[in-house]
Design a protein around this ligand. Structure first.
Ligand code: ZN
Length: 585
């Protein structure tokens, strides 16, 4: 590494210029003599509080406000508590009492990517105005507030000036991944990390009516200072409709009235226009949608100054909380309908429909850019000028189902694969265990043509294969598991267990041992056996000769030629590449 001091390195990084901004939301910043001023406010948004400073501030608040309680959701790999703050007018501080509350509940989660910490500082300011300073205290008459200020607690303490090269402040930030270098926002389905297991348990027990995950972007420059969105019409279409029709206009209106520039959650591809992706359930927002908890993804824009981003986040939290309080009955009803629906087939993957189907256009508030040749990369280099321009662009939505499966009544997990049953239980899925062996009529998958990734991803070597259905009567020993899809998390069961789902435990690599061949025949045994097989079966002989004539690789491989015969004998393993999870017929 070049030995430049930090001052020099920070001078080397030149970000595209921000537009001047003086929004009305600045009025929400605490006065210097306010006892509850946050570190961010006190330092003119240069700094953000450490884990310890944050916890001390919260403990002090809970000590003077009886409507505030801190609960630990669990511990991180480095032993830090993941704190959740509950604010409830009626002091409902257990999952049971809070769930029974007539008032809807909002759960806001900050710092899943710990360098993107806007949600923590906005949430602390919101807590203050909801309680001690009282600006928004009346909102507690209508809704309960739950807040995880720092989700990736270990990443948050892995802090330096070098965590977020594309981001304009704070000066020192945490790190994207946890202490095991795992990205918590890719872990919601496989659920490897202590942190995500703690959050899934919290979602299952506290069951918020609205779940919000707060980030900062990387990527293109544009005018919007905050963008937000959700999976539309995927696993929870009624809730998505409420978010579209009721929440979005209210939040956009509040942000504009406070001087912010809200935009849609979109990625810009200069060649193809704008894309709205469907987030898979390894992400918080896709996972919430899949388990029918209405879920919002918030992304402030990394090139806007920290102050502007935190204030935009604060206004967004406040207006979402207010809207939930007033209109939450409609959302509860929508989520109930989604939870009770049993789609058949079950959708597993989405794609953008063919171009002819695109009719939607958007006036996108962009920043002017041009491309120059680059001697560094050899490719065109994009430069943003800082000048606002409006572009009329086509919008492509990833809303067409590309992979789906008929809804199975239930899945069967053999006793030996109890680890898979344990993963399902982490999600709160109910799993039945049989005490005596049973013969069950099932469909099972033979997995052809497996392809393993060359590089690990999130600690796993992923695999895809071509599933081929086999009808079988299968004996499941005592201790095996039956998982019904006739439960609120039935769609999640299919997503985790169907091999054609990208978030299946199979594709995440939990079943690699079934791809191994563990018994084999010596060549001197197969040779003699093959001669007899050819003599006895003219059809087999012509198939063999045909294969030799047409398949170069086969002809050149002694092993493949011998295996041609061995695999046709009862000595070959009949369960090779047979996926052990079965669909009940
Ligand atoms: Zn992020």
């Amino acid at each position: 590494m070049l030995s430049l001091a930090f001052a020099a390195w920070s001078a080397v990084v030149s970000l595209p210029p921000p537009a001047p901004w003086d929004g009305k939301s600045r009025q929400l910043i605490a006065k210097p003599d306010d006892r509850w001023i946050t570190i961010a406010e006190k330092t003119s948004f240069h700094a953000t509080s450490t884990y310890d400073q944050t916890v001390i501030w919260l403990r002090q608040l809970a000590a003077v406000v009886p409507e505030v309680r801190l609960v630990s959701l669990g511990r991180s790999p480095e032993g830090r508590d993941i704190w959740m703050v509950i604010v409830s007018r009626d002091r409902l501080f257990t999952p049971e009492t809070l769930q029974r509350s007539a008032r809807p509940s909002l759960l806001v989660q900050a710092g899943i990517h710990a360098g993107e910490i806007d949600g923590k500082d906005a949430g602390l300011m919101f807590l203050r105005e909801l309680t001690v300073n009282g600006r928004w205290r009346s909102l507690l008459d209508r809704a309960n507030f739950m807040f995880v200020p720092i989700f990736n607690v270990d990443g948050h303490e892995h802090a330096s000036p070098y965590g977020r090269i594309n981001q304009r402040g704070p000066d020192v930030t945490g790190w994207r991944t946890n202490a095991q270098n795992l990205n918590l926002n890719r872990d919601y389905t496989k659920a490897d990390t202590d942190e995500v297991r703690a959050m899934i348990a919290a979602l299952d027990r506290w069951h918020p009516d609205l779940y919000m995950d707060i980030h900062v972007t990387d990527g293109a420059d544009y005018q919007y200072d905050i963008t937000f969105g959700w999976n539309a019409g995927v696993h929870s279409p009624q809730s998505a409709r409420w978010l579209d029709v009721t929440l979005a206009p209210a939040v956009r209106g509040a942000l504009r009235s406070m001087g912010h520039i809200p935009g849609p959650l979109i990625s810009e591809d200069p060649a193809n226009g704008l894309t709205v992706v469907t987030l898979p359930p390894r992400f918080s927002t896709g996972y919430g949608d899949l388990r029918h908890i209405p879920s919002i993804l918030v992304e402030t824009h990394s090139l806007k100054p920290y102050e502007q981003r935190v204030l935009a986040t604060l206004v967004l939290i406040q207006s979402a909380f207010q809207t939930l309080g007033v209109e939450g009955v409609g959302l509860k009803r929508a989520a109930m309908v989604d939870t009770e629906s049993r789609p058949n087939p079950v959708p597993l993957e989405w794609r953008i429909p063919s171009a002819s189907a695109v009719v939607e256009m958007l006036d996108f508030l962009a920043i002017e850019s041009h491309t120059l040749p680059s001697t560094i990369s050899g490719a065109p280099r994009v430069e943003y000028t800082g000048k606002p321009v409006t572009k009329h662009l086509a919008v492509y939505r990833q809303n067409e189902v590309s992979v789906s499966v008929p809804r199975a009544r239930a899945y069967w997990i053999p006793a030996a694969w109890n680890e898979i049953a344990d993963r399902l239980k982490i999600h709160g899925i109910s799993v039945d265990r049989i005490s005596e062996a049973r013969d069950v009529n099932v469909d099972m998958y033979r997995l052809d043509d497996p392809k393993f990734d060359a590089e690990p991803f999130e600690g796993h070597t992923r695999v895809v294969a071509k599933p081929r259905i086999e009808r079988r009567t299968e004996r499941f020993p005592a201790g095996s598991f039956r998982v019904s899809t006739e439960q609120p998390l039935g769609d999640l069961v299919a997503v985790l267990l169907e091999p054609s789902s990208a978030d299946s435990l199979l594709q995440w690599g939990f079943f690699h041992s079934i791809f191994q061949r563990t018994e084999y025949a010596e060549a001197y045994v197969t040779e003699a056996m093959a001669e007899q097989m050819l003599a006895a079966d003219p059809a087999l002989k012509s198939e063999f000769e045909q294969r030799l004539a047409t398949d170069e690789g086969f002809r050149a491989s002694a092993a493949q030629r011998l295996d041609f015969f061995y695999s046709r004998t009862p000595f070959a393993d009949p369960r090779w590449r047979l996926y052990p999870i079965a669909r009940e017929r």
